[in-house]
Design a binder for this molecule. Structure first.
Ligand code: ACO
Length: 428
């Protein structure tokens, strides 16, 4: 708590509110007593000025383009760590020792299989179902298969549910892909790494073994790290809000997946690649830049802009380099990558984008990499959900353990009709 207080004058009365300090970042005014004191609420659609919780997981300085997980910069983690290690870090607060990492990896590896009956659940979906629709359904259904880890008040059950979710998500995601491709499901293999195993479950078929390329495994692992957590974004807040009622973890993560699906959030990488394909060639870029700037045109440059980053998204820097490495290694000469790089340069030098501080976000280049690896666009958001599961789970655990936690219940500014008497239909 800071020594500062914030004073508010309402109707001639003055009220003082404590100002809280974080370890870094903006201070926060504690308005919990505001309604009790003044009979007024705050109005903040989109939560642009509201801290919904206290958290020690992830810090973002959007003006400086900084993203830290438990204090470690995302660039260092993406270049030097692994997704398993970052998962441990997010869940436990510290980097693991070699033994702790081995034990954690062993535990996750041994939870990768899903209940065999879950395969029948997939068969209820149409083959042309969007894989995110399948993800929402199947992850929500996990609570019907793993009752023994749904007691949120038991720390051991919470831990098991967390491990199950992180471990099974690649299997579930690969199965969603296999189902839509009309190919048989592929069981996990425990001798492969988390990421290599996922690629194999996705791309191997009984007729032909898939040997994951180390460059692709490395790129995919980086993509997972870059998406692992991102503070109180829409889907994470959804998970916390769902969890605040005491809902089980599988239901909460399914709610997060549903939120992530939206094009303004996780769906943006799919939308960004579709946009790049629509633009097609470098000479058409000015036309699309003009459309993005036209207030009468709903078109937006997908993969550009961010609620929090008003600077280059640090994840986009790693993503651009990874895209270059993957395309080179796979020998893919994708004209879309040229369109992306040129579009970025033009936008970064355009007064409209400079003034509004619109920079490429993590989704701008990820689609180029994922499509070079062989993923269809519908799978992009699924991959995001897979990687973000650890963040959701870590945030959910943090919330459950927080003594200040309450059921999330925002208030409103009511502008509907005031009380009036019911009129029978015959008299209307
Ligand atoms: N292209 C053109 N103009 C834009 C863009 C864009 N991508 N993004 C924002 N603007 C403009 C808006 O029109 C608005 O202009 P105005 O002030 O003249 O009305 C101004 O910039 C501010 O935009 P808001 O929508 O108010 O900003 P907000 O913080 O609410 O939105 C968002 C952020 C949703 C990410 C937005 O920038 C956007 O729609 N981007 C495209 C979608 C996208 O890439 N989403 C991925 C986000 S990252 C993630 O989820 C992993």
């Amino acid at each position: 708590m800071s020594d500062n207080t914030a004073s508010l004058n309402v109707g001639g009365n003055s009220y003082d509110y404590a100002v809280m300090d974080g370890s870094v970042g903006p201070q926060v005014i504690d308005v919990r007593k505001l309604y009790a004191n003044t009979g007024m609420f705050t109005y903040d659609p989109g939560f642009t000025s509201t801290a919904s919780c206290e958290s020690g997981l992830t810090y973002i300085d959007g003006d400086e383009g900084v993203l830290l997980h438990r204090g470690y910069p995302i660039g260092q983690l993406a270049e030097q760590s692994s997704f398993m290690e970052v998962s441990y870090l997010l869940l436990n607060g510290e980097l693991p020792s070699k033994q702790e990492l081995d034990e954690f990896t062993h535990t996750i590896t041994r939870h990768t299989m899903v209940h065999e009956q879950l395969t029948t659940f997939y068969r209820g979906f149409r083959r042309d179902a969007h894989p995110m629709a399948i993800m929402c359904g199947v992850v929500g259904a996990l609570s019907a298969f793993y009752h023994d880890s749904t007691d949120i008040n038991d720390p051991e059950q919470r831990k098991i549910a967390s491990h199950r979710l992180i471990a099974k998500m690649p299997t579930i995601a690969a199965m969603a892909y296999k189902y839509s491709a009309g190919q048989p499901f592929v069981y996990p293999r425990n001798d492969l790494s988390y990421t290599a195993n996922f690629l194999r479950m996705t791309f191997s078929v009984p007729a032909e073994e898939y040997i994951p390329d180390p460059v692709v495994v490395d790129a995919m692992d980086k993509i997972f790290i870059l998406h692992a957590d991102h503070e109180q974004n829409a889907s994470t807040s959804t998970v916390r809000l769902a969890g605040s009622s005491g809902a089980n973890p599988f239901a909460c993560i399914a709610a997060g997946i549903a939120c992530l699906w939206g094009p303004a959030h996780g769906g943006a990488n799919e939308a960004a690649l579709n946009m790049l394909h629509e633009i097609g060639t470098v000479d058409r870029i000015p036309e699309y830049i003009a459309r993005a700037k036209n207030k009468d045109d709903p078109f937006r440059l997908m993969g550009f802009g961010h609620r929090v980053y008003k600077n280059y998204d640090p994840r986009a820097t790693v993503m651009q380099k990874t895209a270059k490495d993957v395309l080179e290694k796979l020998g893919v000469d994708d004209p879309i990558f040229d369109v992306a790089k040129e579009l970025e340069q033009i936008a970064l030098n355009d007064p409209y984008f400079i003034e509004k501080k619109l920079y490429p976000n993590v989704d701008f280049y990820s689609g180029v990499i994922l499509s070079a690896i062989g993923f269809p666009t519908e799978m992009f958001t699924v991959l995001f959900a897979l990687a973000r599961t650890v963040g959701w789970v870590a945030q959910w655990n943090e919330m459950i353990s927080d003594p200040a936690q309450k059921i999330g219940r925002p208030r409103q500014l009511y502008t509907g009709p005031v009380q009036r008497d019911y009129v029978p239909v015959s008299a209307r």
